[in-house]
Ligand binder design. Sequence first.
Ligand code: PHE
Length: 450
Amino acid sequence: MAGRESFRNRRNVIMAMAGSAIGLGNIWRFPYIAGQYGGSAFILLYIFCSFVLALPIFLSESVIGRATHRNTFGAMEALAPGTKWKWLGLLTIITPVIILSYYSVVGGWSIGYLAKSCAFQFTAGSSEEVTGMFSEFVASPWIPLACMTIFLGLCAAIVYKGVNKGIENFNKITMPILFILMIVIVIYSVTLPGAGEGVKYMLKPEFSKLSMDAFAAALGQSFFSLSLGVGTILTYSSYVRGDENILVFSNGTALADLAFAMISGFAVMPAVFSAGIEPGSGPGLIFETLPYIFSKMGTFMSSLTAILFFITIIVAALSSAVSMMEVAVAYLVEEKNVTRMKATVGIFIFCFLLGSICSLSFGPLSNVKLLGNSIFSFCDKLCSNFLMTLGALLFCIFVGWKMKKSEVRDELTNGGRFKTNARLFPAIYSIIRYLAPITIAFIFLTGIIA
Ligand code: PHE
């Protein structure tokens, strides 16, 4: 498409993709899910899901995006004109916008908690006071709403600046910093008294805890963490130049994402064990238990670590949020001829409204239940257990069964130029065509039935 921007080099492609992949999923979700399902045994399962099942979906989205250089809807129209596949294009515009709405709530909490750490609020008070602080904070209507608005505003500002000046520049600077910050936090965490138990927990497998549920959780988490099934990888791949090697940047992204999840685990778990807290204590893990640990230490170093920790979360969450917003903005700009400014403001307003409802579901709207869930967790479950998996399944069916094999091979091997890719192609293609859809459909259906 004329005048369309593309990422300037391979490093920036990986930084942008890793920016999307690395987020709250790695820092907030991964440690507590790994905690719930048996530590390192779950991690092994997670590695299997990431590289054997999720990576082929990543490749499928990349093939579609890079082959068409269009937004998700336009890409479907280009490859399967006038068919029902356009609904997949639309589905993958709606899902990231819903995710962005509730994701911004948690992004907002991180901003609130950064402010609390800067005000040295974790240096005093008993454990009950600090853990109670979280429920009080999320239930108080105005501050979380204001923090969420700041978070969404920052995200919109980056997206508005465009692919090169906004998304690419932001990720290229922040991603390396993020890794450094997290490693500093790991060093602090593993040197806490009693932290060894947490390290052991991450390394010693407990295979008895592995169940079908654990498998579903590992698969769901690998999709969420690699931003799959919602058109973000497709959209980012559409900004990748034709001479780039898809296998290289997708593997690079998956490795960076896994590495960051592991580092986060080593930042969170040793600290949790050091404080004698249940590792599987759920989503509150980073907002309740970590501040408690920081407060227990009560030192200047612990406050400084808290500040670094919440900055890390905010940056990681922002780079993911940006990729979600870009999916819808690219669609509006390219298909509806809206200016980038108007598209960004439109999506900002939508997410602000839905995000506000999600945020208020921790306070004034806590009595409103959708199928037994609060509005926030309903949106999360709807997207991460259902819509994302559905999108991922359909993308892989599209590439495996609808696109011509020669088209897929050309895209994955750059017309046969990349010899290693050509050698791997038969195996990759079989996974995309058979193994991935069958396994995903099975887990998806057992999840719905259960
Ligand atoms: N991968 C992101 C994370 O781990 C979440 C995400 C989901 C981003 C869907 C984009 C699209 O936090």
